[in-house]
Design a protein around this ligand. Structure first.
Ligand code: 4AD
Length: 466
């Protein structure tokens, strides 16, 4: 009864020791009737195994069996660790295993729709191979997503989803340490939570209902319920029409809501410390994963400051104006203007992470609190990484009559959200919060350029499978 040694733990310290490993057949290399190599891969680590009839109890039949294994099959392999004289090319582990036994635990198909090696190549590798006359297959995005289970086995993808896991973990750890309570709000709701047309409608036992576009209404109701500070990590549904690099129809929302004592800057203070903690944490905890991502998709580390830059919307508009870009001072910024402002901020302040606040009221959702000194503006903010939005947040209207008035003015059927508005009639503290798109954080931290890369099984306007 041997224990399994992880492939990643196979080091020269284990020389001459017999080990048992479980992994996938990464590739087989038959040499002769008496000898073959098989590279075994486990969670991104690879080790070369040698099978030869010169080995103890190894028959020609076993050599043939090993050489004929289908790629990606799962195997248990037993053998002795040896340290070859020359460095081993193409594997992560610098030892070789001389096989004694090999069991095929589960057989993969003889030909696969995606070869993991092909899916793992960087553009630079493919270009270099093309230059030298080799033709290396390029795996396109749709093929990757159609056969995602194979695609996510590449080192870069293994890295991306481990980084994503840490974003959620750090978010939770930080907020718990700040006295926030984790909540879970319903995703089946009666009225739309954000307004607009991007809502999935459904039939709820004969009543019209929809999938929550955010936990907005219920996280605020939790504040009315005296939790003081809450957060949620959960699915968010948006019936997006446009097919873009940054919109999904289902994504994971990281949501925060908290009481405010004096000013909405208290919410921005949380954003600031949360994200600086997160970026520091990712750089510290995910070094290997970031390297693996960078090998396939090269990127520059994110530039951010220990204290996050805050600009008002008016200052942003002025910066754009000074650079010759005219935008509506009471309208929203389009993606092009946002990106341009990101560049200007980087040049002037040397950061790719910043907060833009005091947005025009007209471009914010109905529940947003207007500025006390000028009702054309609002106590709200967006947060940007590399010129793209990852967060929007605000102080909320907590006065029920005014909230109903704002909903009406924004064209929302007040009847569908009456229980929400009523919640404020029983006494409600001033409060605010924000929502973050998990997939966008990872996409922009690693400059991946397409949100489908950071969603395990993406849902976009053209895809609902696998
Ligand atoms: O800007 P949004 O729509 O804001 C809200 O949902 C508010 N309830 C938040 C709040 O507390 N005031 O969405 C929040 C974030 C965006 O900044 C973006 O990162 C992400 O969610 N997001 C999307 N991510 C992927 N696909 C989409 N279709 C997204 N729409 C928004």
């Amino acid at each position: 009864s041997m224990e399994w040694t992880p492939v990643g733990a196979l080091t020269q310290d284990l020389k001459e020791k017999e080990v048992l490993i479980r992994g996938r057949v990464h590739i087989t290399r038959p040499v002769s009737k008496n000898m073959a190599f098989v590279v075994v891969r486990e969670k991104g680590f690879t080790v070369q195994c040698l099978v030869t009839t010169q080995g103890e109890g190894v028959s020609r039949q076993m050599v043939k069996f090993v050489a004929g294994l289908n790629r990606e099959s799962i195997v248990d392999a037993i053998g002795v660790v040896s340290v070859p004289g020359n460095p081993i090319k193409g594997t992560t582990q610098q030892v070789e295993i001389h096989l004694r036994k090999l069991y095929c635990v589960n057989k993969a198909l003889p030909t696969l729709p995606i070869n993991v090696d092909d899916a793992a190549r960087s553009d630079a590798e493919i270009e270099a191979a093309l230059q030298s006359g080799d033709k290396l297959p390029r795996v396109n995005q749709d093929t990757r997503l159609n056969f995602r289970v194979l695609d996510i086995r590449t080192p870069a993808n293994q890295g991306i989803f481990r980084i994503q896991c840490q974003v959620g973990t750090i978010f939770r750890q930080f907020l718990l340490s700040e006295g926030f309570v984790e909540i879970h709000t319903p995703k089946l709701i009666a009225g739309s939570s954000e307004g607009g047309s991007a809502v999935f409608k459904l039939d709820y036992k004969g009543q019209p209902a929809c999938l929550a576009q955010s936990p907005q209404l219920h996280k605020q109701m939790a504040i009315c319920g005296d939790f003081g500070r809450v957060f949620e990590i959960g699915p968010v549904f948006r019936a997006e029409d446009s097919f873009t690099h940054r919109h999904l129809c289902e994504f994971t929302g990281l949501d925060v809501e908290m009481e405010i004592k004096k000013h909405y800057s208290e919410v921005m203070d949380i954003v600031d410390r949360l994200f600086v903690t997160m970026f520091d944490g990712l750089n510290e905890r995910c070094q290997k994963e970031l390297e693996a991502v960078g090998r396939q998709y090269p990127f520059e580390p994110l530039k951010y400051k220990p204290k996050t830059l805050r600009l008002t919307f008016e200052e942003g508009v002025q910066m754009l104006k000074d650079a010759g870009v005219e935008v509506d001072p009471l309208g929203d910024l389009n993606t092009e203007a946002e990106r341009k402002l990101g560049q200007l901020v980087l040049e002037k302040y040397d950061t790719e992470f910043y907060i833009l606040h005091r947005y025009p009221l007209a471009v914010r959702p109905f529940y947003t609190m207007p500025c006390y000194d000028n009702a054309l503006y609002s106590n709200s903010f967006d947060v940007f990484i590399r010129g793209e939005e990852i967060i929007s947040g605000a102080q909320r209207v907590h006065v029920p009559e005014f909230l109903a008035e704002r909903a009406l003015a924004c064209g929302i059927d007040v009847n569908t959200i009456s229980t929400y508005i009523d919640s404020f009639r029983y006494g409600a503290p001033p409060h605010g919060g924000f929502g973050v798109g998990l997939e966008r954080v990872v996409m922009l931290f690693c400059a991946l350029g397409n949100i489908r890369k950071t969603s395990l099984f993406p849902r976009d306007p053209q895809r609902i499978a696998p």
